[in-house]
Design a binder for this molecule. Structure first.
Ligand SMILES: [Zn+2]
Length: 406
């Protein structure tokens, strides 16, 4: 492990995180104000700030105003000195970014994944992307604070193990252990929807919100739950597996082994399957010429045809929106979030899906208040999970409590 990263790990303590987060959230703040607001003693604050300045993570600037006399010295985060890497490992591809400490993207990369990939090939792909990002950004490895990974499927965030990645039929991938050995940096692994919730909480539509649920709708459907300003994992890290809540007891088989899960009627693959079924039954659609000569229908093609006014595709997306509305109504009645944020590939189908989704919630949620629950799309759009992966590393540095709720 590198020296600088090593010293980050050493200096971690609740008080240091408290001071660091005060500086981060204030933008610029004096030592006296930190002491006052954190209730730490002035000598403690001075000691911690000295360590932070020595490690180059914080710097002094004279931007303050005063009534005569010298200007107070303000502390700011040195966001140009250190960097974070985030990876979004989805069902079809890996997306990677290297950012500054404000999660501003400096370099981005992506790579396609194939279906029969092995666990070792998958972690090799991730390693390669991390190395490429460091190289193309032209930064030193010692300047990278850590790597955050937003991984689809069931993730044990404490061990950094992907317990089950359904798209690849892989189990027990020791991502943290393998990546840390390969890239010599601290690695944090979290479920992709949970990462998305963190990204939206700090940098997107969820800023300032203590209770929110971010729903990642792609091939699968997952939710990240921020409950009382903590990321909620549940007793076995399964909390948020919204795609596998059952909405039709007589429904189609699901990849999880159950039947009638929300994912089987509202996930990306179900959109393509329904379109293929309708075409096979002889219904007219633009889809026919669109897919002529190409391999197969996917959600994106259905969306393009809907935009072009194709009724079959519009019907399919609207029906998807109604199913999602039922799923979201269940979530609202169960958790009563202040905000529901919709992200992922399917959410790109915008109003075709969001309109019917909102209609169902406003008709079926329990009370007048929750019928009005604030529902919006992810402000970070398709970057929500990868910026969320960056946020895991930032949260570990600034507010470790956020990550440690069961
Ligand atoms: Zn299922």
């Amino acid at each position: 492990m590198s020296n600088v990263t090593g010293s980050f790990q050493l200096m971690k303590s609740l008080n240091r995180s408290l001071v660091l987060n005060k500086i981060r959230s204030a933008g610029a703040v004096s030592r006296a104000a930190i002491a006052k607001e954190t209730k730490l003693t002035p000598p403690t604050v001075t000691n911690i700030v000295n360590e932070l300045i020595e490690s180059n993570l914080v710097r002094e600037s004279e931007m303050g105003t005063s009534k005569g006399g010298r200007k107070p010295v303000l502390l700011t985060i040195n966001d140009q000195e250190f960097f974070i890497i985030g990876l979004d490992v989805g069902a079809r591809k890996i997306r990677g970014v290297l950012t500054d400490l404000n999660a501003k993207e400096l370099v981005a990369d992506h790579a396609a994944l194939y279906q029969d990939i092995s666990a070792d090939q998958l972690t090799e792909r991730m390693t390669q992307m991390i190395e490429d990002l460091i190289q193309s950004a032209g930064v030193e490895r010692t300047q990278v604070v850590g790597v955050g990974v937003g991984m689809h499927g069931i993730v044990d965030h404490e061990q950094g193990v992907a317990r089950f990645a359904p798209t690849y039929h892989l189990k027990e991938i020791p991502i943290k252990e393998q990546l840390e050995t390969a890239v010599k940096l601290p690695v944090f692994v979290e479920n992709d929807a949970k990462a998305m919730a963190l990204g939206e909480l700090w940098f997107g539509a969820g800023r300032g919100c203590d209770n929110l649920i971010a729903v990642n709708i792609g091939v699968g459907i997952g939710a990240g739950i921020i409950f009382n300003n903590r990321l909620y994992h549940g007793h076995n890290a399964v909390a948020g597996e919204l795609g596998h809540t059952i909405i039709d007891i007589n429904g189609s088989p699901c990849s999880c082994g159950s039947f009638g899960c929300l994912q089987t009627v509202a996930g990306g693959d179900s959109i393509a399957e329904r379109a293929a079924r309708e075409l096979a039954s002889g219904r007219e659609s633009l889809l026919r010429e669109k897919i002529a000569g190409k391999d197969e229908i996917n959600g994106e093609i259905v969306y393009e045809c809907a935009l072009a006014g194709d009724q079959l595709c519009i019907d399919i997306l609207q029906e998807t929106g109604r199913y999602l509305g039922v799923g979201m109504t269940n979530v609202i009645n169960l958790m009563n979030p202040a905000k529901l944020i919709i992200g992922g590939g399917v959410s790109k189908a915008g109003d075709f899906i969001l309109g019917p989704l909102q209609d169902v919630v406003s008709q079926r949620a329990l009370t007048d208040e929750v019928k009005q629950t604030n529902i919006s799309t992810a402000e970070l759009q398709e970057h929500a999970t990868v910026i969320g992966a960056v946020t895991i590393v930032l949260a570990d540095l600034f507010t470790p409590d956020l990550l440690n709720a069961k």
